[in-house]
Design a protein around this ligand. Sequence first.
Ligand code: UD1
Ligand code: CA
Length: 453
Amino acid sequence: MSIYSIILAAGEGKRMKSKTAKPLQKVCGKALMEWVLDATNEAGAERNIAVIGHMAEEVKEFMGDKVEYTYQLQRLGTGHAVMQGIEPIKNEKGTVMILCGDTPLITGETLKKALSDHEEKGRVATVLTSIAPDPFGYGRVIRNGEDVAKIVEQKDATEEEKMVCEINSGMYFFDIEKLNFALSKLDNKNAQGEYYLTDTIEILINAGEKVGAFVVDFDDTLGVNDRVQLAQAEKIMNDRVVKKVMLEGVTVIDPSTTHISADAKIGMDTVLYPGTIIEGKTVIGEDCVIGPNIRITNCVIGDKNEIISSVLVDSTVGNNTSVGPFAYMRPNSKVGDKVKIGDFVEIKNATIDNGTKVAHLTYVGDADVGKNVNFGCGTVVVNYDGKNKHRTTIGDDVFIGCNTNLVSPVKVNDGAFTAAGSTITDEVPENALAIARAKQVNKTGWVKPKDRK
Ligand code: UD1
Ligand code: CA
């Protein structure tokens, strides 16, 4: 049996009050619609068709060819939206799942369970429902004994119907042929003057077809209409990601203050301290100690590293290295094994080879640094001349004295030393000591005894 999906995403999403199209709002670093698409793909969709309208071009540009598109130029209701979405597949045989682009918490697993139920019971339509703590605003599922009788929208519901807590999640499975039939019978005679997809349920029941409901967890059905719900979805999704990471062998000391992107991978026996934020496609190895108070974005970090109170972006760290506290690794920094990047150190677009120590108050930008180099406190790589950035090269086993300026482009060869306080502008030969500062002059007797306090 072929399975297809239609994802409704033409709505305006007014309540988000945003310049970004609602389906592209993010939860745990991933667009709402991407989450939905992950779920439909996991449930076995052969083709996914998005119905777009409001900010269609933005949605299309972001989602690319991961979905097919149909346009709904006038928003005349969810039934009207599905009339557009069904077009490319209306002559196919099989089942179509209908979902909304703003329900990121639905999972492939839940869809698969619902699909099995739909097939086993031999229904032509199954609506996914849940029990809402506060059903206000949702369509209510009205039952006749065990059977579903109809779905009534909030605005069309009687006082009695409004008491019902079983709500329509807005997700359904339909036999394509029967859906075509039901759509052809839709009208817009209701409180909102819209073509309601929900009316197809009653139409099919009246036509003597087998229709039913599959009850799922309310969390799975949470729709994101405003920033409050966006934060709720973020919380639930993050809890899921953190839980998964913990079950894979990562210690998370305080799950409530730990944020992990769904695309991140973290190795066994790594410990995450409170205030850890791991974003993007970050990979962290085993036996690391991360945090507290850290933000790591799109980094690849090896095993046995300790990273404390720092910010790392688009960078890599080897093994047995320590970073922080209060370090900033900016894009394209590559730090090797057994390296120390200490407090108040900034690294940018630089490679730091194995065994090197940059312990305190240092800036290393646009540089290639060799093995076992020691940076004294307060070193500055002077990479910018006001117009252009230049590169600095430092060999192996170099000792950079405290408060050295390395005016780029410049090279310090293997085994060389720079004296503290030097401003290095010329290449330093191998094993040499470069001293580039004024010689100390002591003016004896310069202070008159009567001037002393
Ligand atoms: C809809 C359901 C309601 C259900 C609720 C779940 C109907 C009539 N009502 O109500 O029973 O409880 O979802 O969240 O179906 N959309 C379009 N084009 C349109 C209208 C909507 O693409 O013309 C899309 C929206 O972008 C959104 C989805 O359909 O993704 C749902 O639309 P929305 O207006 O939020 O429906 P509700 O009134 O919440
Ligand atoms: Ca809605």
